[in-house]
Every structure is written in structure tokens, then in C-alpha cells.
Design a protein around this ligand. Structure first.
Ligand SMILES: C[S@@+](CC[C@H](N)C(=O)[O-])C[C@H]1O[C@@H](n2cnc3c(N)ncnc32)[C@H](O)[C@@H]1O
Length: 245
């Protein structure tokens, strides 16, 4: 299954994607949390909570949050699951800096750490983590297959992967209505607020190109995951994909 989203890039179609993604998130890091919660009307918190509930049911001790950004998922996971240790990894130093401040404010520095790195070349040993989480990250990878195989490598046998990603509503009328907001209103607010006119246009385009539902399950299987499944969130705006090593 081809992933057309690998060809969707924020600034320059002919330059490498990874460098552009790093630059884009460095640009918008200061406004990222605000825009996230405003543009989703706060619904994103519910999606993250649902993922954490699924993950917590497997009683992990050590979790890797790939593409952690400003650490929302990592911090919420540590606050929800007593004793849980979370390592958050991201390409963008700007996003990680915002995340580190939030970890200190929540007094979680003993349990949540932020690491600068690339998900396609993870700086961890094989079989290191009980679970891996990714929220709105995989769509941005330059090489999705490579990133997923790396996650498989660092997961313990029988360890669980949970991915929250936009998936495009299945209902035709809802999709049309939602896309009006997603294609026109959201990029406008994003452009005015974040001062990066390309970032929120990229968001819409990359979501349209990214494989969803069964297509994404096939990609998980090709990367070595088994028992793959998905749970639709908010009529299909997002889905939570799960798989096992
Ligand atoms: C939309 S943000 C999501 C952040 C966070 N997980 C959340 O839920 O708010 C996507 C993040 O993926 C990161 N990212 C994209 N490609 C990456 C890669 N190859 N390795 C590590 N992080 C990456 C970006 O830097 C960015 O912080």
C-alpha cells in the first residue's frame, strides 16, 4: 500500500520531508497547544484519554511516546497511570522545549523524559518498551514503513502499539461538512495565529493523502505487527489503531 502522504510536504515538494517537518514544528511550537485545543474545540483531550485507557489496561511500566511534540500524551499518560515511566521522542527541539516546561510544571520530571531524535532511527535497544504510543505523528514521517519497523524493534515481544491519527469521516455528508471546516476555516485561523501560512494547509493535505482504516492496518501488518485493530473516534475524524509485536 503506497503512502501518498510521504510526498506531501509543507514548503518545498523537491526538498526532503524530514527537514521541512522539523522546521515547521519549530516554527509553530509556541502556539501549538493553544491551536490544538482551540481548533479541535478541546475534543482532542477525549481522544488522548481513550488511547491512554486502552494502553493502561495492559498495565505497562515503561512507555515510549513517539513524535511526542509538546508532550500532551506523555504527560497525561503519566498523570493517569500511577508509577508509569514515559520517554517522549521528537524531531523538533522547539516542541520538546515547550514539553519540558510542562513536565516541570506538573512535577513529573522523575517519570517523563524528553529526547531529541528521529523515529526512523530510534536511539533505543531492541525489546526495550512495554508499549508505544503515537498521536498525530505517523502522518508526518518521511518513511512510514521504516518508522513502524523501528517501533516494532524497540517494543518487547507482545508489547502494544497505539496510534491516534486523523482518518476522514466515513459518512459522506458529515465528511463534506467537516472538510469545509478542515480545508478553509482551520487553515485560516492557523495562518493568522501561528504566523506559518503553510502549516495548517499541510495539515489538511496530509490527512487527505494518508492511508486510513483497513489500509493502515495492512501497513501495520507489513511492519510486523499482529492483532491489528482500530477504534473510530468522533465519527471517524480520528481513529485509534492498535497492534501487538
Ligand atoms: C502534530 S505533532 C503531534 C505532537 C503530539 N504527539 C500531540 O499529540 O500533540 C507531530 C509531531 O511529530 C514530530 N515528528 C514528525 N516526524 C518525526 C520523526 N521522524 N521523528 C520524530 N518526531 C517526528 C514532529 O516534530 C511533531 O512534533
Amino acid at each position: 500500500m503506497e503512502n501518498k502522504a510521504e510526498k506531501i510536504k509543507p514548503y518545498d515538494r523537491d526538498a526532503d520531508k524530514k527537514g521541512q517537518i522539523e522546521k515547521m514544528f519549530d516554527n509553530i511550537a509556541g502556539k501549538y497547544d493553544f491551536l490544538n485545543h482551540v481548533l479541535t474545540l478541546g475534543i482532542d483531550k477525549g481522544w488522548r484519554k481513550n488511547l491512554i485507557k486502552m494502553m493502561a489496561s495492559q498495565k505497562p511500566n515503561l512507555v515510549l511516546d513517539v513524535a511526542t511534540g509538546t508532550g500532551d500524551l506523555a504527560i497525561l499518560a503519566a498523570k493517569t497511570v500511577p508509577g508509569l515511566h514515559v520517554k517522549g521522542l521528537d524531531l523538533s527541539q522547539g516542541m520538546l522545549e515547550v514539553g519540558r516546561d510542562k513536565i516541570l510544571k506538573n512535577n513529573l520530571q522523575d517519570r517523563v523524559t524528553m529526547i531529541h531524535g528521529d523515529s526512523e532511527n530510534l536511539p533505543f535497544d531492541d525489546n526495550a518498551f512495554d508499549a508505544i504510543t503515537v498521536a498525530f505523528g505517523v502522518r508526518n514521517f518521511e518513511n512510514l514503513g521504516k518508522g513502524l519497523k523501528e517501533m516494532n524493534r524497540v517494543l518487547k515481544p507482545n508489547g502494544n502499539l497505539y496510534i491516534l491519527e486523523f482518518s476522514r469521516p466515513k459518512n459522506f455528508l458529515f465528511r463534506k461538512g467537516f472538510n469545509l471546516y478542515f480545508k478553509y476555516i482551520l487553515p485560516f485561523i492557523g495562518k493568522v495565529t501561528s504566523k506559518d501560512p503553510k502549516a495548517y494547509k499541510y495539515l489538511f493535505e496530509s490527512v487527505q493523502a494518508f492511508p486510513a482504516y483497513e489500509d493502515f492496518l495492512n501497513i501495520l501488518e507489513n511492519a510486523g505487527f499482529k492483532s491489528n485493530n482500530y477504534k473510530i473516534q468522533s465519527l471517524g475524524i480520528c481513529s485509534i489503531y492498535s497492534g501487538k509485536k
